[in-house]
Design a protein around this ligand. Structure first.
Ligand code: NDP
Length: 297
């Protein structure tokens, strides 16, 4: 079997276009432009690239983009004061603090300070709890993107066996909650899981989010399964050149799976597209409007 390639890049482009059209319609009907504030503390090169891309795509969607770059030595109190201002700024509907933060800043305290209604990353415990309780929440962007790709490819996920590899707060745990909400039978695997290959072989849906280059091998995959590769790992080839690989050994898994996301071009582009979707959702909720269909779980 040769797997269908799930084109996250194309799906993300369609999603951004849908968000842009809804942003325009909201401006026409309510005179409100959704605004996203992105806060970057320090000079981490990867974070700078992410923040640049987020700001560009926010503007391209017709939204307000507010960038706050703070020095790496910024005291925590100063960052908390900025978040307080953004919480009260009526032009800002979404607040994202780029992680990781410098060591002297307590990331949990910072996330806790964000107004849950503006927490477009979905990391605030209120949103985590609401997702777990099956209530409307702002949902972490990467797992939301994975869910959209899965629904688009498979239709109903009900009754499927899903294995999520990884239990981070950013990807693994919210991914498992979303799959459970869609009535999958969910297993969460992690570094202490016994006989990981055998656990994975039971999956109709396998989501890999471990941060280990090409860990999932073809003989871990059930024939016909849908494989979602969240991993983004930079590896150096024998000739010294760098390239990106996922957590899945693509060639061997694509030979067995029914469908698979590539790296790059799979889950990666969905994350920012879902951030824009969440910002629109937060803005609409602030106006007492329901989210646009298809943009929330
Ligand atoms: P974390 O490091 O926070 O979590 C990794 C998880 O994988 C942990 O739960 C860990 O288990 C588990 N794990 C690690 N090694 C093994 C192993 N050998 N066997 C089984 N489980 C293992 O990573 P993230 O969740 O933040 O990210 C995962 C990957 O996704 C990374 O490659 C990251 O770059 C990528 N990513 C991509 C995004 C995108 O936009 N596409 C966004 C966010 C992340 P334990 O808890 O027991 O330690």
């Amino acid at each position: 079997m040769t797997a269908t390639v799930i084109d996250g890049k194309a799906f993300a482009a369609k999603l951004r276009a849908k968000v842009a059209a809804e942003v325009e319609a909201l401006g026409a009907s309510h005179g409100v432009i959704p605004g996203l504030a992105v806060v970057l503390v320090g000079e981490d090169p990867a974070s700078q690239v992410y923040v640049r891309n987020k700001n560009r795509q926010t503007r391209e969607a017709g939204m307000g983009s507010f960038e706050h770059k703070l020095d790496a030595s910024t005291p925590e109190a100063e960052l908390l004061a900025l978040i307080d201002r953004l919480n009260h700024d009526p032009h800002v509907h979404g607040i994202l603090v780029q992680l990781p933060l410098p060591g002297h800043i307590d990331a949990d305290r910072v996330i806790d300070a964000i107004d849950p209604a503006k927490d477009v990353d979905g990391f605030h415990v209120i949103n985590v709890g609401r997702l777990g309780a099956g209530l409307p929440a702002l949902t972490p962007c990467t797992p939301l993107g994975c869910l959209m790709l899965l629904r688009d490819h498979l239709g109903s996920l009900s009754g499927k066996n899903a294995v999520v590899l990884g239990r981070s707060n950013i990807v693994g745990k919210p991914m498992a909650q979303l799959l459970l909400k869609d009535s999958c039978t969910v297993t969460i695997a992690h570094s202490r899981t016994r006989d990981l290959p055998e656990v994975c072989r039971g999956a109709d849906i396998l989501v890999a989010a471990v941060g280990r280059p090409e860990m999932v091998q073809g003989d871990w995959v059930k024939p016909g399964a849908t494989v979602i590769d969240v991993g983004i790992n930079r590896v150096t080839g024998p000739d010294g050149s760098g390239r990106l690989v996922g957590d899945v050994a693509y060639e061997s898994c694509a030979a067995v799976a029914g469908a698979i996301t590539p790296v790059p071009g799979g889950v990666g582009p969905m994350t920012i597209a879902c951030l824009l979707a969440n910002t629109l959702t937060a803005c609409r909720r602030s106006l007492g409007l329901d989210p646009v269909e298809g943009l929330t779980p």
